[in-house]
Design a protein around this ligand. Structure first.
Ligand code: GLU
Length: 279
């Protein structure tokens, strides 16, 4: 069976140990399977992404011995294309414009419903027609309608923690995902969920290997794949590399940047050992 995987960093900071683990693991798995390892820069956040981070990430990957197949896909070059793909969801009546600010959402959630995750959009603008869209409005997915079209969505996970087939139960999806933003306010920039779902399909990705912090986003990506008629890859969410206090590494955690280890004289084999991979 073909095996195509990818590493998809966002160039908003330096490559740190957590990313290095993700890249090395996906790379090693692709090479062991005789498959392809692709690279994608998720640089749609035009404010936070920087060319210098992009260049440093590539340099650190090369130094680590991570070699990728084919050309690098840069999402920032595909914004018009993503917006065109979004039209398919508009014509199915699955999107609505939303003008809520963060504080509108917070106050609507002041009396949270039992069992509903705190960050779930309360649906204030649901029911607004697309024709009422104003310049600054975001576009949200009407998840209820999406689940009516595709009630039996599932995906396969073969990572260490959540192994098995996951059926996305409609009630659970409404409580855990809600009406996510697919196009950001005022900028016509599509959200990560949509761009990644489209690109995984366009790049022919059969296996998504990424950190388990992204496991909770998988159902929304699988629902989008159904809505857009795209295949669903097999997922592998790996353990996260934590700091000495057990805290997840963050982008701003420069103390764990690969460049710092390089400057201190570490070898690529040392980095592999630090993240628990054989050198
Ligand atoms: N760009 C995401 C990140 O850097 C990864 C997305 C993915 O692997 O699906 O966290």
């Amino acid at each position: 069976m073909a095996f195509v995987t990818r590493f998809a960093p966002s160039p908003t900071g330096p490559l740190h140990l957590g990313h290095a683990y993700s890249a090395l693991l996906a790379h090693d798995m692709a090479r062991a399977a005789g498959g392809l390892f692709l690279l994608r820069m998720e640089d749609t956040d035009l404010e936070r992404c920087r060319p210098e981070h992009d260049a440093r990430i590539l340099d650190d990957l090369r130094w680590l011995g991570v070699d990728w197949d084919g050309l690098i896909l840069r999402q920032a070059t595909r914004l018009d294309y993503y917006n065109k793909r979004l039209e398919a969801l508009v014509s199915k009546g699955l999107l609505y414009p939303c003008s809520c600010t963060r504080s509108d959402i917070r106050s609507a959630l002041a009396a949270p419903q039992e069992g509903v995750a705190f960050h779930i959009y309360p649906g204030t603008c649901r029911g607004r027609a697309m024709a009422t869209r104003q310049a600054g409005d975001a576009l949200r997915l009407d998840l209820r309608k999406a689940l009516e079209l595709h009630p039996d969505v599932q995906f396969e996970e073969n990572g260490p923690r959540h192994t098995g087939v996951h059926l996305i139960d409609s009630d659970m999806a409404r409580q855990m995902i809600g009406d996510v933003v697919l196009s950001r306010k005022g900028e016509d920039i599509v959200a990560y969920f949509l761009a990644a779902a489209i690109d995984d399909a366009d790049q022919g990705v059969t296996h998504v290997i990424r950190g388990e912090d992204l496991f909770e986003f998988t159902p929304v990506q699988v629902i989008l794949q159904r809505l857009l008629g795209l295949p669903t890859p097999i997922y592998h969410h790996h353990r996260l590399i934590r700091d000495a206090n057990g805290k997840r590494l963050a982008k701003r955690d420069d103390a764990r940047a690969i460049s710092k280890f390089r400057a201190e004289g570490a070898t690529p084999a040392d980095v592999r050992r630090m993240v628990g991979l054989s050198a």
